[in-house]
Design a binder for this molecule. Sequence first.
Ligand SMILES: NC(=O)c1ccc[n+]([C@@H]2O[C@H](COP(=O)([O-])OP(=O)(O)OC[C@H]3O[C@@H](n4cnc5c(N)ncnc54)[C@H](OP(=O)(O)O)[C@@H]3O)[C@@H](O)[C@H]2O)c1
Length: 289
Amino acid sequence: MQQHAITIIGLGPMGQAMVKAYLGAGYEVTVWNRTAAKADAMAELGAERAATVAEALDAGDLAIVTLTDYRAMYDVLGQAEDHLAGKVVANLSSDSPENARKGAAWVTDRGGEYLSGGFMSQGDDITHPDSYLYFSGPQGVFDTCRDRLRPLSRQEYLGEDYGLSQVFYQAELALFHAFLIGWEQALAIVDRSGADFERFVANASGHPDSYRDFMREFAEGAKQGGWGDVHSFKMMHAGARHVIETSEDLGVDASLTKTAQSFYQRAIDASEKAGRPVPVYRVLRGETA
Ligand SMILES: NC(=O)c1ccc[n+]([C@@H]2O[C@H](COP(=O)([O-])OP(=O)(O)OC[C@H]3O[C@@H](n4cnc5c(N)ncnc54)[C@H](OP(=O)(O)O)[C@@H]3O)[C@@H](O)[C@H]2O)c1
């Protein structure tokens, strides 16, 4: 392995952050991007700009790919399929676990080795202490590359299955999307009501431990088939109604809360039909019978 050389393919916010991290760590960095202006900007910082994908792959033995999704990987690496043999491709693009497994097979069929990764970063701040990177793929390949992947975020190697990094990544994203839209709905409620916005932010963001405790309690509940009984589903359903009324009175879209309420309704209906509690966790898994 060429210990201080790296190729980065894809120069969106993540690719650019990686180039800066590697340049800062003293690496020789070769870059390629579909839109050439982004590669030019990285060249101004000290990166080597490859004219073609083939040239980028030929520049070293480890290429980090960070594109919008796996379809883009085929578009890009498909331009230089015969340059993959003997290379390690670490694809940090987001996609489904199944697409990660198919992408790995596509690269390994062409003689390359493969790691799949998911970036749980604070936006594009990959050096933030709370940023980390899930990896999966052959342990031996990861062990060979781990030192050269260190200038990126903290590493969490999950196992041999190429899809695992995307299982963890997409599961976290499922939480993240609901959380962020819920937070924006909360902010909109406070803002539209004319209440003290900054005071609300300080108050509501001051209790991160309570979310952690709920996460752990619900994970314990999931091991027993899901959290709650019919009384708690009805309580949550009524709570959702109050949020919907509050939002709509202020002209704030309550779709997210209506979706939450619909899960409690389905849990209530399924529980009444089954004559025992059927928690939301089981509704989500299609286990209502
Ligand atoms: N941004 C974040 O905060 C963040 C955080 C964690 C994880 N992620 C994930 O990390 C990956 C990279 O993120 P990003 O924000 O840098 O992504 P991005 O802005 O969506 O784009 C990354 C790159 O993909 C290229 N691309 C897309 N479709 C292409 C195609 N068909 N052919 C060739 N190139 C193509 C773009 O090229 P052009 O420049 O030519 O358009 C760009 O260089 C994504 O999967 C994202 O979900 C992002």
